[in-house]
Design a protein around this ligand. Structure first.
Ligand SMILES: O=C(O)CCC(=O)C(=O)O
Ligand SMILES: [Fe+2]
Length: 314
């Protein structure tokens, strides 16, 4: 976790049994979450339970990406970045993304039944257990943040408006040994991202001082990252960190990105409690999926700089 610059991402412990709202442990973790997101836009969340699914999860990912390309390509979607995306001449990254991944049955319908028409119960079970852990952790972090900004009354509204999207990613082996770009520098567009990876590191985060730091999470940790939509909803009180993936060795890197995104059709609007004479409104209400569409057109041209400060400036 210590990079060449000496900067270390905060590690916050979410494994305590008694992490219940209002408890002393909860209040202490809440303060750490807010400070880490203010400083870095992300942190390492230590969460012992994920160790139970680790081996089967990366086994399932190997099984998925080892399927023939024509099979993977059956998973399609109209939404930007969703469905299957093959590696390109520029990037060794393959990805498979599924929407509303937290709804029981969607993993079967959108993924397993298409990839394995004869069935693959263990694949579905593995992915569903992972999404439940990740969604639980995302809700805990979001509740802490909302409490910390005094706007916890919006928790249920945001829950109803959340589309959890799961993206399984494979960064292929590269034989040159040279550092290779796996994901261009970008900011995540949704509310919060929960990342989990195998033992091959490569994620880098840009600090406020413009330095890139290597992220080397423990096998028992997720990385939690703030997205642009949450920053905008909080009227600019948090911002989304630029990050990229650079792989160096000749081992395959698997990661799972679990995104909490606002559902299409829901207008993301800054709560009135966060706007006053000293804090004027910075972001106009916006529809996340319209914004993602707008961004994806630019990203396809290699422009990853679009952000809500431009798109939705009040
Ligand atoms: O693979 C990773 O660790 C990061 C992936 C990522 O940044 C993304 O999918 O938005
Ligand atoms: Fe990202």
């Amino acid at each position: 976790m210590r990079s060449e610059t000496g900067v270390r991402l905060p590690v916050i412990d979410f494994s305590k049994q008694e992490l219940k709202p209002g408890s002393p442990d909860w209040d202490s973790v809440k303060v750490q979450v807010r400070e880490a997101l203010e400083e870095y836009g992300c942190f390492e969340a230590s969460f012992d339970k994920v160790a139970d699914v680790r081996d089967v999860l990366f086994g399932a990912m190997e099984e998925l990406f080892d399927l023939p390309k024509q099979t993977k390509q059956l998973c399609t979607s109209d939404k930007p970045f969703s469905g299957y995306h093959d590696a390109t001449a520029k990037l060794l990254r393959e990805s498979m993304m599924i929407d509303e991944a937290h709804i029981p049955g969607n993993i079967d319908r959108g993924l397993t039944n298409i990839l394995w028409p004869q069935g693959n119960i263990s694949f579905s079970k593995t992915i569903v257990s992972f999404t439940q852990l990740a969604a639980g952790l995302e809700k805990t972090v979001r509740r802490m943040l909302l409490e910390s900004f005094g706007v916890e009354k919006y928790m249920d509204e945001l829950n109803d408006a959340t589309n959890y999207t799961l993206r399984a990613i494979k960064y292929g082996r590269q034989r040159t040994g040279e550092p290779t770009l796996g994901a261009d520098a970008h900011t995540d567009k949704g509310m919060l991202t929960v990342l989990y990876q195998n033992e091959v590191h490569g994620l880098e985060i840009r600090t406020r001082d413009g330095e890139w730091i290597d992220i080397k999470p423990s096998p028992k940790s997720f990385i939690i990252m703030n997205g642009e939509s949450l920053g905008a909803w909080l009227n600019g009180r948090l911002s989304a960190p630029y990050h990229r993936v650079v792989t160096k060795g000749n081992k395959v890197r698997y990661s799972v990105a679990f995104f909490a995104n606002p559902r299409g059709g829901y207008r993301v609007k800054v709560p009135e409690e966060l706007v006053d004479d000293k804090n004027g409104l910075l972001f106009k209400p916006f529809d996340y999926e319209e914004y993602l569409q707008y961004y994806s057109v630019r990203a396809a041209r290699g422009d990853f700089t679009t952000d809500l400060k431009v798109y939705s400036n009040a």
